[in-house]
Design a protein. Structure first.
Length: 304
């Protein structure tokens, strides 16, 4: 018989942590699952570490060449047999009752609810908790999802496979924001359940050399692509939503030192009729973007 849940774990050069990740899944109080590990051509000891965790529910797939997280997740989706898909990044951990509570909630709410997410306890490289992410948004929330990715991660999401097939696989053209793009498409079609518990320990590493969220160019490319792909949806948002959305984009571009993109979002925000305080905030973000850009250029000159 097919399992109820397919747990998809993409991984790349994470041999040092993949075993702990797998053990956190195997420790779940809900045990009717399969685990699909997709190794994106790591070239380290990932395969050996997966093999060291002996369990017949684990399936190991290896890409011959590195193709990125979106392709790896799509590989897992293509072979998944479960009614539900649960994603987990290979450096994150689940608490033992995470999966059970989400599956029970989705079964109780029925097919109109397409996905469930949990709160996140963020930890640093030493395992020390640094931040808690705890939105309380659920139900029909397409507009809120356009404003920002309040779910925040793949690791805390369980989605109905039928809905995932309906909206399409991950868009491999995104260097970042792959999760946000998928969540936008999912929330357009179905409601959302929020499990108000810190059921995922989410690593925010400063040491990981392959982490996309620490690569400014990838971050800028992903957010620009979100704006382009959903341009008509952003234009149709009510003004309060649009102001919030473009404030979010301005902040992202300012932190990445992308002055031109921050400026473009600032003009859009101004056309939405912001308050005096919001206009001042836009100026502040523009100055931040300029400082980050100047700092990056000075760093490049010093390296040259």
């Amino acid at each position: 018989m097919n399992p109820t849940v397919s747990v998809i774990i993409p991984t790349y050069k994470r041999g040092y942590c993949i075993a702990a990740c797998l053990r956190s899944v195997l420790a779940q109080s809900f045990g009717d699952f399969e685990i699909i590990v997709v190794d994106d051509a790591s070239g380290d000891d990932t395969e050996a570490q997966v093999a060291s965790v002996a369990d017949p529910r684990i399936q190991y797939l290896l890409h011959e060449t590195n193709q990125g997280g979106a392709v790896a997740r799509n590989t897992g989706i293509a072979v998944a047999r479960g009614e539900f898909i649960a994603f987990l990044d290979s450096d994150d951990l689940w608490l033992p009752d995470k999966l059970e509570k989400q599956i029970v909630s989705l079964q109780r709410l029925g097919p109109d609810c397409g996905l469930s997410y949990t709160w996140l306890a963020c930890v640093d490289d030493d395992g020390k908790e640094t931040l808690r992410i705890n939105p309380e948004i659920d139900g029909q929330c397409f507009e809120e999802m356009l404003v920002s990715n309040f779910i925040g991660s793949f690791s805390n999401v369980v989605v109905r496979k039928a809905l995932l097939i309906e909206v399409g696989a991950l868009d491999v053209a995104f260097r970042s924001c792959q999760d946000w793009d998928l969540f936008i498409r999912l929330t357009r079609r179905a409601g959302v359940h929020c499990l108000r518990e810190y059921a995922v320990r989410y690593l925010q590493s400063t040491l990981d050399q392959v982490r996309i969220s620490t690569n400014p160019r990838s971050v800028v490319q992903g957010h620009k692509r979100i704006l382009d792909k959903y341009r008509a949806d952003y234009a149709a948002l009510a003004r309060p939503y649009r102001r919030r959305a473009f404030r979010f984009f301005m902040t992202v571009f300012a932190e990445a030192g992308s002055f031109s993109n921050a400026l473009a979002c600032g003009w859009t925000r101004l056309r939405c009729g912001p308050s005096l305080a919001e206009a001042g905030d836009s100026v502040h973000l523009m100055l931040r973007a300029a400082r980050r850009l100047l700092r990056r250029k000075m760093h490049a000159l010093q390296k040259a």
